[in-house]
Design a protein around this ligand. Structure first.
Ligand code: HEM
Length: 146
């Protein structure tokens, strides 16, 4: 079975919860750096700060990542596939030194952040919907990197 309207709705509603509170973006990077401390130096907005310090760039970047996963959920529901709209994403991630295991770390951080953001609305189905949408997007980015 493909990506359902119910799954798309679950992603949409928790995306709204995520956007409502900037502290979730800080949480997202905090979890990434807990799992992959060496990744700190890869991010222009983290490399020179002690720990994860909030900034407009940090917020914008987190919103792009979560927003693109949400867009992928919409694409999966409508067409069954994820097409990258930003043609330079492959090159940017190669240039930053991103490798496959980083995508697992970012996925785990994204799912934990969504769990926090959705509170008592969280469910296994909601988490799976985010995971499927993320995997589709990550596959498209990795293809663009190869
Ligand atoms: C930059 C999205 C996975 C590290 C970016 C940008 C976007 C993006 C939209 C900005 C590109 C631009 O400047 O035009 C995503 C999405 C991902 C993903 C949607 C997963 C589905 C990853 C992973 C890593 C990573 C796994 C490694 C931990 C970076 C870094 C930058 C970047 C270091 C440059 C940020 C800066 O210094 O300003 N990503 N990314 N990304 N991404 Fe990703």
């Amino acid at each position: 079975m493909g990506f359902t309207q119910q799954q798309e709705a679950l992603v949409n509603s928790s995306w709204e919860s995520f956007k409502q509170n900037p502290s979730y973006s800080v949480l997202f990077y905090t979890i990434i750096l807990e799992k992959a401390p060496a990744a700190k130096g890869m991010f222009s907005f983290l490399k020179d700060s002690a720990g994860v310090v909030d900034s407009p760039k940090l917020q914008a970047h987190a919103e792009q990542v979560f927003g693109m996963v949400r867009d992928s959920a919409i694409q999966l529901q409508a067409t069954g596939e994820v097409v990258l709209k930003n043609g330079s994403l492959g090159a940017i991630h190669i240039q930053k030194g991103v490798v496959d295991p980083h995508f697992v770390v970012v996925k785990e951080a994204l799912l934990k952040t969504i769990k926090e953001a959705s509170g008592d609305k969280w469910s296994e189905e909601l988490s799976i919907a985010w995971e499927v949408a993320y995997d589709g997007l990550a596959t498209a980015i990795k293809k663009a990197m190869s």
